[in-house]
Design a protein around this ligand. Structure first.
Ligand SMILES: [Zn+2]
Length: 332
């Protein structure tokens, strides 16, 4: 049993309180590799931002949860080495799918976990989230739960309307589970292909996706004033990265994300955590494809991973400063 506090990590409670009150968002970046971890830490230190480093099921399969935990511990030490005396770094489990997995992560030093029972019938979702909360709170680990289902990569967004979070359920859910934050579904979705071109409107040659359901968000805020709300699937899928990938041999068709203006709008509300994963993948792949196309003789991974790391760092800083507004928001 390792407690996250001994690793220098923090939970989400205080940073969410400040973010909701201050009308900004905490970035939640997924990581799988050392380069992503370094880029996240460099960006957070340079901008003096709190940051959530999150581990998905895919990351655990790829890199191993133990290794990722040690990387997060290393991230704290690295942030201090870069000159940040009091970094606020959360190690968060993204989309935990069972009590056992959440418990394992808590026991190995995660400071925050998500239990995603959103696909379950309502009462089962409540019972599962409650069980995780009861365990987590013994160790002051914070818990994110989810109500409503996000469209996945393959899903039709037109069918997603019926999966939007129902505002009439949120008070009961938050009260009975005791969760610390709530992920909701208001039109964001996972992956780099969030919408089909048919679902978008063509404005000045750019495909603009349907707007997020701000009416539902505002209803939820009215029911749970000040309660931390989380948006998943909030990559913007920047067209310059997609174009670079395609220019240098890639084949990404109709990749469409959530416009950054919509996220900026959401960040002024009780939304206080925005999950970004695909944009980091795009930034990394674009830089690697470009480097290898321009330097066909290179074969040392450091030669193409260095520009990849730089490009991700640039993207993270852009999100922190221009979209989420968490720059300069460290407690001390
Ligand atoms: Zn998600």
């Amino acid at each position: 049993m390792v407690n996250y506090k001994d690793l220098g990590l923090v939970n989400t409670r205080e940073m969410f309180k400040r973010a909701v009150a201050g009308g900004y968002d905490i970035p939640a970046f997924n990581f799988n590799t050392m380069e992503q971890m370094q880029a996240i830490v460099m960006a957070a230190v340079e901008t003096k931002s709190p940051v959530i480093m999150q581990v998905s099921k895919g990351a655990r399969n790829y890199a191993n949860a133990t290794i990722l935990r040690y990387m997060a511990e290393g991230a704290v030490a690295y942030a201090k080495e870069l000159g940040c005396a009091h970094p606020e770094i959360v190690l968060h489990l993204d989309h935990g799918d069972s009590f056992e997995l959440c418990k394992d992560c808590i026991d190995m030093g995660f400071s925050s976990v998500m239990i995603d029972g959103s696909h379950l019938p309502y009462e089962e979702n409540v019972a599962l989230a409650k069980k995780v909360v009861e365990y987590a709170h013994q160790f002051d680990v914070t818990v994110e739960a989810e109500l409503g289902v996000l469209a996945g990569v393959e899903d039709e967004v037109s069918a997603a309307e019926s999966h939007y979070t129902k505002p009439e359920e949120v008070i009961d859910f938050a009260t009975r589970t005791g969760c610390d934050s709530l992920a909701i579904s208001i039109g964001t979705s996972h992956g780099a292909h969030k919408f089909t071109p048919e679902q978008c409107t063509l404005v000045n040659g750019v495909l603009v996706p349907p707007p997020l359901a701000f009416d539902i968000l505002h209803e939820i805020e009215k029911k749970l004033p000040g309660f931390p709300i989380v948006l998943h699937g909030s990559s913007s899928v920047p067209m310059d990265e997609v174009n670079t990938i395609n220019q240098f041999g890639g084949k990404l068709e109709a990749a469409i994300g959530i416009p950054e203006e919509q996220l900026r709008e959401a960040s002024k509300s009780a939304v206080c955590k925005i999950n970004i994963d695909s944009d980091s993948r795009l930034a990394m792949t674009a830089a690697i494809r470009k480097h290898l196309a321009e330097h066909p003789g290179d074969f040392d991974p450091r030669q193409y991973l260095k520009p990849a790391r730089e490009n991700m760092k640039k993207m993270y800083i852009h999100k922190i400063v221009n979209v989420l507004g968490s720059d300069g928001k460290l407690a001390q």
